[in-house]
Design a protein around this ligand. Structure first.
Ligand code: PLP
Length: 356
């Protein structure tokens, strides 16, 4: 029996992704070979890569003059590549938790960072009324904060070019890409398994690359020119991403994903807000729909391990909060169904009836 999976990433994927990727591992395109065994330069895999890029453009509605790349190194390598390529002197970073803090640490290697942070309240909100200096090279935001459970739901505009880490909310809502010069993330949440990084970049923005020696692997132009195949790409991941994109498309696209995200969040936050035992530490308007963070009221804190074990006994897994934060986190990405959420809500109610 498949469990109700609430892992934060790697995380639950669609049945289509799992089934068709498994088949391709056993035999790819009636070739008598596994997808693990064919050349990435062969025409069969080239067709997969081309089709995956096309589907990204179609499903996400990415404008024509943007390139879509699949790279290695995780979103964490992008924390370094972005300033390496684009930071001449100064960049603005919105610090909304662990991942943006890591991005800032990398940017500091290349110049001055202007930072607005929500650290004063333990990253439980998204700063909004802030000013960006006019002379920054770019603005960097993290649209969904996987660990703290906050999210930016709109596509913001600034005078400076906008770059967004969308690791944990890409494909959950329609995005106006024309507002961003670059969007990137680890694929291991809404897009597919761990092992690939997606980069969506405005080709015109490449004219802003800083005049400094940059190793080939760390240059965006290398990967654009090579069609994500300058070096051996993450072959199986690209295949699984294609299957996930096809699943999103056949499930009604981003409009349907957006509605599902709303429905899941409404049900789960509703249960948290009406509970005597559980509460959300995040301000209401900034609550993530992808990573629903919740904690016990203080007097029940010693029951945390018991709750995790109880949920596990009812097949609800992946609920432990990030080790840096504690409490609980239900990651409700695209493949998480209303049945998964209903199962969790009934576990919470049953536990509360026993203990509160
Ligand atoms: N950014 C966000 C928002 C994340 O959630 C994560 C990982 O969970 C990262 C960056 C780091 O991604 P990676 O492990 O692919 O480097």
């Amino acid at each position: 029996m498949r469990k109700h999976i609430f892992n934060a990433g790697p995380c639950k994927l669609s049945d289509r992704t799992l089934e068709n990727t498994s088949k391709a591992i056993l035999e790819f395109n009636n070739s008598g070979q596994s997808i693990f065994e064919v050349s990435h330069r062969g025409k069969d895999f080239q067709a997969v890569m081309d089709n995956t890029v096309e589907l990204m453009k179609e499903v996400l509605n990415i404008p024509e003059n943007y390139s879509v790349l699949f790279l290695g190194g995780g979103a964490s390598l992008q924390f370094c590549m972005i300033p390496y390529n684009f930071m001449k002197k100064k960049a603005f970073y919105l610090d909304t938790g662990t991942w943006s803090t890591k991005a800032i640490a990398e940017a500091k290697l290349w110049g001055e960072t202007v930072v607005v942070t929500s650290k004063d309240k333990d990253f439980t909100y998204i700063p909004k009324d802030f000013k960006v200096p006019s002379d920054v090279d770019y603005v960097h935001i993290t649209t969904n904060n996987t660990i703290r459970g906050t999210e930016i739901f709109e596509d913001w505009s600034f005078d400076a070019p906008l770059i967004a880490d969308m690791s944990s909310d890409i494909l959950s809502r329609p995005v106006d890409f024309s507002k961003y010069v670059m969007v990137y993330g680890g694929a291991q949440k809404n897009m597919g398994p761990a092992g690939a990084t997606f980069v969506i970049i405005n080709n015109d923005y490449l004219s802003k690359v800083v005049d400094r020696p940059i190793p080939a692997m760390l240059k965006y132009s290398t990967h654009i020119d090579g069609g994500s195949m300058y070096n051996t790409p993450p072959v199986i991941n690209v295949f699984a991403i294609r299957e996930t994109l096809l699943w999103v498309k056949e499930s009604g696209g981003l409009v349907a994903m957006n509605k599902l995200a709303d429905d899941r969040a409404k049900m789960l936050y509703g249960a948290i807000d009406s509970s005597k035992m559980f509460k959300s530490p995040v301000v209401k308007e900034d609550r993530s729909r992808m990573n629903i963070v919740f904690v016990f009221e203080d007097k029940y804190k010693e029951l945390e391990a018991e709750f995790i074990a109880f949920a596990g006994s009812k097949n609800c897994v992946g609920l432990k909060g990030h080790r840096s934060v504690g409490g609980f986190r239900a990651s409700t990405y695209n493949a998480c169904t209303m049945d998964d959420v209903k199962a969790l809500v009934s576990v919470m109610k049953e536990f509360e009836e026993k203990h509160a």
